[in-house]
Design a protein around this ligand. Structure first.
Ligand SMILES: CCc1ccsc1-c1ccc(O)c(O)c1
Ligand SMILES: [Mn+2]
Ligand SMILES: [Mn+2]
Length: 256
């Protein structure tokens, strides 16, 4: 789907709200906090803004956020387990504002961030930004995947292959699948007016994942730590516009 100039305003509004919620939730990510409580606060923020959660009711999912702790790769379900010192967690929020979808996630730490975990967060965030730099008209989706994969593997880490980014706009998920690995020059060509997410998941160990019996929670098979960052972007003549940058100017208030 190719969007018009006016559609960028709608995506900016939805993206900014999702990013603001991720800014505002940071102070509640503390040792001893339950992820169900974090999700309850996010639900209140979405409603308080007069927006709608895209994930409540989506494919039977019943929460306003996915919260994925330590070796959970993605789709972690908010629950009553309390956060421990050193836990790293991805909080993923998708909101709908005037019909437009804003989908973003970032990493937080409860208590003190370990050195290996800090390197994982840094590499994962940098890989997203390298993917966004490759997102310009005339490049291909393979250029985005190659930029991410090459950098991550040079750092001795691995890119999850089992989940990908996606087109979005007035719908949550649309083609194309946005792979976080690939070969330069392959795949569809990027065009002005394309809206999609880039949401790389990076593991300290092997790329392999499995889904738990709850049919949602994806974990690393080798139990190594995993991190993810996600932005919703739009392709412009100059390159890419990021709809979900933190309004507070800091992508990761707790860490970077
Ligand atoms: C919980 C929402 C959901 C359900 C099935 S896939 C999915 C999901 C979660 C986070 C995302 O960024 C996304 O694009 C989809
Ligand atoms: Mn998301
Ligand atoms: Mn997404």
């Amino acid at each position: 789907r190719i969007h018009e100039a006016a559609d960028f305003a709608g995506m900016n509004k939805a993206g900014r709200l999702a990013a603001q919620i991720l800014d505002d939730i940071a102070e509640h990510v503390t040792v001893g906090q339950r992820t169900a409580e974090i999700d309850r606060l996010i639900t209140k923020m979405v409603e308080g803004a007069g927006a709608t959660s895209a994930t409540i009711g989506y494919k039977g999912y019943q929460h306003a956020s996915c919260i994925s702790v330590n070796h959970v790769v993605c789709h972690g379900i908010p629950g009553d387990k309390k956060l421990k010192d050193g836990d790293i967690l991805n909080i993923d929020v998708t909101v709908i504002v005037d019909g437009w979808y804003g989908d973003t996630s970032r990493m937080y730490v409860a208590g003190k961030l370990g050195r290996k975990a800090e390197r994982l967060l840094q590499v994962t965030h940098d890989s997203l930004m390298l993917g966004i730099e490759a997102a310009r008209p005339g490049n291909t989706f393979g250029d985005i995947g190659a930029a991410i994969q090459t950098y991550v593997e040079e750092q001795g880490m691995s890119v999850v292959r089992d989940f990908c980014g996606h087109g979005l706009g007035r719908v949550f998920h649309a083609p194309p699948n946005v792979l976080h690995y690939g070969r330069p020059g392959t795949g569809p060509t990027l065009e002005e007016g394309m809206f999609f997410t880039i949401e790389p998941m990076v593991n300290l160990g092997r790329p392999d994942t499995k889904v738990l019996a709850d049919d949602w929670t994806a974990v690393t098979r080798d139990k190594s730590l995993s991190a993810q960052f996600e932005h919703s972007i739009g392709i412009t003549a100059q390159g890419a516009e990021v709809f979900t940058l933190s309004p507070g100017g800091r992508f990761h208030p707790t860490w970077g």
